[in-house]
Design a protein around this ligand. Structure first.
Ligand SMILES: *[C@@H]1O[C@H](CO)[C@@H](O)[C@H](O)[C@H]1NC(C)=O
Ligand SMILES: *[C@@H]1O[C@H](CO)[C@@H](O)[C@H](O)[C@H]1NC(C)=O
Ligand SMILES: *[C@@H]1O[C@H](CO)[C@@H](O)[C@H](O)[C@H]1NC(C)=O
Ligand SMILES: *[C@@H]1O[C@H](CO)[C@@H](O)[C@H](O)[C@H]1NC(C)=O
Ligand SMILES: *[C@@H]1O[C@H](CO)[C@@H](O)[C@H](O)[C@H]1NC(C)=O
Length: 297
């Protein structure tokens, strides 16, 4: 027999549904970023050159939002060449396909996040511009969600990038830049390239702290190997998704890959080398993990 729902019951049921809807979806935020593509001067490997950047920084600014948010990025091209952007690993980006943003022009990309979580990255589409125009795209858990692993003391983004001695200009757009002359950790070549002008990336940690490292391999064509001496990692995510936890003493990142790992500050007070090298092994770039507190202090 068919059971009738009274009009009143129906109304209560419907308003309950609406309320649930509001609960489930009201937490997503909308973010607006302004990216200014501009040429900036940098000195690395003992020489100074102009490179295309976003807002004068290498690597570029970080986008940091929550799961399910919507992000608008207005890219203003104040450089000398047409450029378009790619939101690597984001399923729903209305990115104007391959439309180039002409010098003097601007374009607003709309990125609707769904299930992406953890670390992704953005970069210029063409190989020559991507070498200097790239940055991290961090997606934190939604406001009502926790990490599915021990909450980190802090999280740090580590972008492995290339550095070329030659000018990277549109003239070479069809030619990929080839092998980099050096590799950088968050823009720092470190001390192995023999130039006193080169800076070294330093990560400060506390004894017993738990750190979430968000690694991005922004080096086209090169598989990169990353490690921290005397420390090991628990892999918790990759390419914008959580993964089954696994243990590693060094991390291998394919071109364009991202990996999220936890590591514990469990060593004595001191400085420990962080290393990044291409799997082909031509160079090694160093950074430093520096303890600020130690056991018993
Ligand atoms: C880039 O620079 C512009 C102009 O100074 C500023 O309004 C904008 O907030 C900056 N964007 C980021 C992501 O830092
Ligand atoms: C590098 O640093 C040295 C001194 O430390 C300075 O004389 C030289 O001009 C610098 N080179 C560049 C390209 O800035
Ligand atoms: C951005 O581009 C639009 C046309 O697409 C133009 O109307 C607007 O003035 C531009 N804004 C800036 C700040 O350049
Ligand atoms: C790329 O173009 C610049 C300027 O046009 C030139 O100096 C450089 O040698 C070129 N590099 C390659 C690999 O063709
Ligand atoms: C890098 O990749 C590009 C394609 O993206 C390819 O044309 C080029 O030969 C590669 N270069 C090296 C050094 O592997």
């Amino acid at each position: 027999m068919h059971k009738m729902v009274s009009q009143k019951q129906g109304f209560i049921w419907l308003s309950g549904l609406l309320f649930l809807n509001v609960l489930l979806f009201s937490r997503a935020d909308v973010h607006h970023y302004e990216f200014i593509l501009q040429e900036s001067e940098f000195t690395k490997l003992c020489s100074t050159k102009r490179i295309l950047t976003v807002n004068g920084s290498f690597p570029g600014p970080e986008i940091r939002v929550r799961r399910g948010d919507t992000v608008f990025v207005n890219v203003h091209n104040q450089g000398n060449h047409a450029v378009s952007m790619e939101w690597e690993g984001v399923e729903d980006s209305f990115d104007g396909s391959d439309d180039l943003i002409q010098p003097g022009g601007n374009f607003t990309y709309e990125i609707e996040l769904n299930d992406e979580i953890g670390t992704l990255w953005w970069h210029a589409k063409s190989a020559w511009a991507s070498a200097t125009v790239h940055g991290a795209f961090i997606i934190l858990p939604a406001a009502n969600e926790d990490y599915p692993f021990p909450a980190p003391t802090s999280d740090e983004t580590i972008i492995l990038g290339p550095w070329f001695r030659q000018e990277l200009t549109e003239a070479n757009e069809t030619i990929a830049p080839g092998q980099a002359d050096a590799y950088t950790i968050n823009g720092h070549p470190g001390e192995t390239y023999g130039c006193s002008n080169d800076t070294t990336y330093r990560l400060q940690v506390d004894y017993e702290g738990i750190y979430l490292l968000r690694l991005v391999n922004a080096v086209a064509n090169e598989t990169m190997v990353f490690g921290i001496s005397y420390h090991s990692f628990t892999i918790v995510g990759q390419n914008g998704a959580y993964t089954r936890r696994s243990f590693a003493t060094s991390l291998t990142l394919a071109p364009g890959q991202t990996i999220d790992v936890l590591f514990c500050g469990n060593q004595n007070l001191g400085h420990y080398y962080m290393t990044a090298r291409p799997s082909s092994g031509r160079h090694i770039t160093t950074g430093i993990v520096q303890y600020t507190t130690t056991a018993g202090f």
